[in-house]
Design a protein around this ligand. Sequence first.
Ligand code: ATP
Length: 437
Amino acid sequence: MQTPVTLDALVSLCKRRGFVYQSAEIYGGLNGVYDFGPLGALLKQNIKSAWMSALNSSGRDIVYLDGAILGAQPVWQASGHVTNFNDPMIDCLTCKKRYRADDDNIDTSKPCPHCGNTTWTAVRQFNMMFKTEVGAASDQSSIAYLRPETAQAIFVNFKNVISTTRVKIPFGIAQIGKAFRNEITPKQFLFRMREFEQMEIEWFCKDEYSLADFEVWCQERLAFYASIGITADKIRLRPHVKDELAHYAQRCTDVEYQFPFGWKELEGIAHRGSFDLTQHSTHSGKDLSVFEQESSSSYVPTVVECSVGVDRLFLTLLFDAYHEDIVEGEKRIVLRLHPRIAPVKAAFLPLVKKLSEPMEKLYRQARQAGLSVQYDESGSIGKRYRRQDEIGTPLCITYDFDSENDQSVTIRDRDTTEQKRMPIDQVLPYVTAMMQR
Ligand code: ATP
């Protein structure tokens, strides 16, 4: 029977196997900030590649942008972040613990969950942007912000993209990059961090098609999650009710995943109207409208935005893939990651050390072919299989004594643990084909 995965089990696996480390751990750590280890770095890269490849194969016109992380103050004034990017904050006067006032577990008529006293401060608004200064002089003009989302670089560069490429409405500008939010209470590991990475698409279209496009994007995003192996009944679309919507948003739908701590937002899909381009146009004094030949008129396009955190998706994929089962009487942890997402695609394991040479040769060929693979000759073969199961390696390839005679190896499937023989020269094409599945 499948044991439900806990956050603790996942955090421990991530640390033990080199997926994620607490940042600056040897100095006591930095809250809400993480470093990705050797396997985590690979997994993250695979997530980003899958996201881009889904956009490329969508058949839509999408171009990419890589905007700066430091953002000039006027950008964030125009976007509304300087005034409105706030979370309500409350402190317990007795134990000094700080909470988000809108946290479901906080009720100021009830005692502090930490110390049991009912001594609350008033609720204050806390701006979540990281403010910094650029250059040696320190005055109003030197203020800059670490971007709290990647999207604004897209809006600010909208005209640059139009005038330097051949894209025409409708088209999208997509971006992957770091974002920073001084979250009051970073929690649930990679779910709520202070430094994280976003993958955002801003889809620019004519207003009359925007609601239909919004629906298409909702379905496309769901299809993307299916394509990277997320369990269908653990993911859903949740349209926002009217009082959840920002004043400029006509519609907003969250892609939610069923985490052990409840159904939570994985991705936000928002119909943003022409709010952002109009704001930047007003504040900068630059015309950000597009000219349409057919009607000889200009208009400001409407935007549909799809925004997901790489790290939140990383956590989702691990929760979804984590299984515990019994193999040959022993408990094993297995990450059933989609082969495209798995950080290591195959492991090359000589049955005993003296058979290492041909296995190492094949391993090197796999690396030269650009495959992410591992070689491991230490410990019993059962132990080595478990190590690979735990990091989600889809295939283990074993060279044994029979291999010397039949020039074949054993290929073991991570999910079924079934083993089959295959001629050595078919192994690399087989691993490559598995990744296209
Ligand atoms: P939440 O309500 O969970 O704070 P949000 O509505 O503020 O999210 P958006 O501003 O819509 O989030 O950001 C888009 C996406 O970026 C989210 O769906 C999530 O995947 C990711 N994200 C946002 N904040 C964080 C964070 N602090 N840590 C990790 N990922 C985040």
